[in-house]
Design a protein around this ligand. Structure first.
Ligand code: AMP
Length: 222
C-alpha cells in the first residue's frame, strides 16, 4: 500500500490521512512536516531548506527526492505509507517512480464553495499555529488559542477572493501531475462535501475497500 493523497488545502486530505494511518497501520508522511523538521537542523541542508520555505518557494526536486528516499526506507514503511504533499510536480512524480512503485493515488476534491467556507472559517494561532474553525472546531474562548492563549487570526490567503484565485491556480498547476497518474491508471477521485462528523465512517470504509482491492472506484461520499 504505497498511497499518494492529493488535493488542495481545505479539501480534508490531511485530516483523513491522519485517520487512515491508524486504520491501515502505515505511516502518514507529510512533505511539509518532513521539511519543517529538516529546516530546524543546524546543517547546510537545514539552512537551505529553511530559507526556501520562508520565501514560500518549492524545495528543489533533488533535495526532495533525497529526503523522501531516506524517510520511506525507514522500517515503519515496510508495509507501505501514505504520502501527502509529494510529489507536487510531474517531474517529482517521475523521480519518485524511479525509487518506488506507487500503488494508489487518491485525488481529494470538494466543491469550490465548500473549500471557500472551510478555509474562510479557519482560525490560526499567531503563536503555536494551531488551527480552529469559526463554526466547526471552535476555540473555547473567542479569538484565543486553547493551547497557548495567543490571539487567533484569519490568514490573508484564506479570504474568499484569494481562495478563489488559489483554487484556479491549483487546478492549473496540478493538472500535469494528475494527468501523469491518470495515464498510469492509478488515479481515483474522492469527493467530500459533507462535514467530517457526518461521513467519517463511510469515508474510512470506502478508502479501505479501495486500497484493499475490494472496490475499483470511490467517487462522491454522501
Ligand atoms: P505544506 O505544509 O505542504 O504546505 O508545505 C510547506 C512548504 O514546504 C511549501 O511551501 C514548500 O516550500 C515546501 N514543500 C512541501 N512539499 C514540497 C514538495 N513536494 N516539493 C517542494 N517543496 C515542498
Amino acid at each position: 500500500m504505497k498511497i499518494l493523497f492529493m488535493g488542495m488545502p481545505g479539501v480534508g486530505k490531511g485530516t483523513y490521512a491522519q485517520i487512515m494511518k491508524e486504520e491501515l497501520g502505515i505511516p502518514h508522511i507529510s512533505s511539509g512536516d518532513l521539511l519543517r523538521d529538516v529546516a530546524k537542523q543546524d546543517s547546510d541542508l537545514g539552512k537551505t531548506v529553511a530559507g526556501i520555505m520562508k520565501q514560500g518557494k518549492l524545495v528543489s526536486d533533488d533535495i526532495m527526492l533525497e529526503i523522501i528516499k531516506q524517510r520511506i526506507q525507514q522500517p515503519d514503511c515496510e508495509k507501505g505509507f501514505i504520502l501527502d504533499g509529494y510529489p507536487r510536480t510531474a517531474e517529482q512524480a517521475k523521480m519518485l517512480n524511479s525509487l518506488v512503485e506507487i500503488t494508489h493515488v487518491l485525488h481529494f476534491k470538494a466543491d469550490d464553495e465548500v473549500i471557500i467556507d472551510r478555509l474562510g472559517g479557519r482560525l490560526v494561532c499567531k503563536g503555536c499555529k494551531s488551527i480552529f474553525h469559526k463554526t466547526g472546531n471552535k476555540p473555547k474562548v473567542e479569538w484565543k488559542c486553547d493551547h497557548c492563549s495567543t490571539e487567533l487570526h484569519t490568514r490573508e490567503d484564506d479570504k474568499p477572493h484569494v481562495v478563489k484565485q488559489r483554487l484556479e491556480l491549483d487546478a492549473e498547476k496540478s493538472k500535469p501531475l494528475l494527468d501523469h497518474y491518470n495515464g498510469e491508471g492509478l488515479l481515483v477521485e474522492i469527493v467530500i462535501n459533507k462535514p467530517i462528523h457526518d461521513i467519517k465512517d463511510k469515508v474510512v470504509k470506502r478508502i479501505k475497500d479501495y486500497v484493499e482491492g475490494k472496490s475499483d472506484s470511490i467517487g462522491e461520499i454522501e
